[in-house]
Ligand binder design. Structure first.
Ligand code: SF4
Ligand code: F3S
Ligand code: ZN
Length: 103
């Protein structure tokens, strides 16, 4: 599961589409955590898609991650600023790849 303390345990190493990426990042096999308020651990995501289907405000968008060992697409929190903290995505992700931190 994603580390709920990732902000203490990792460092921002790059930006992607307006949000932070928390390292380490070593493409293609290590991709880090995308986002801060809505954080998705790309190294855990298996592209289940439940988060994209269930988010009521369409926070997530698919991004291509060719040659990643878990899946070749990931749910990117492209619109994390729109999140209404319903926590559905956290509940439905089968591999607990998502952390949402209200407040
Ligand atoms: Fe979308 Fe709710 Fe997850 Fe926020 S907590 S990203 S609104 S499903
Ligand atoms: Fe990935 Fe979990 Fe969404 S596996 S696609 S973050 S439901
Ligand atoms: Zn991203």
């Amino acid at each position: 599961a994603i580390d709920p303390e990732f902000e203490d345990n990792r460092e921002v190493v790059e930006e992607h589409d307006g949000h932070d990426v928390w390292g380490p990042v070593e493409e293609p096999e290590t991709l880090g955590i995308h986002g801060t308020h809505v954080a998705v651990d790309f190294d855990i995501c298996i592209a289940d898609g439940a988060c994209l289907e269930d988010c009521p405000v369409d926070v997530f968008e698919w991004v291509d991650t060719p040659d990643h060992p878990e899946s070749e697409i990931k749910a990117d929190p492209a619109h994390e600023d729109q999140c209404i903290d319903c926590m559905l995505c956290v509940d439905v992700c089968p591999v607990d790849a998502i952390d949402v931190d209200p407040g």
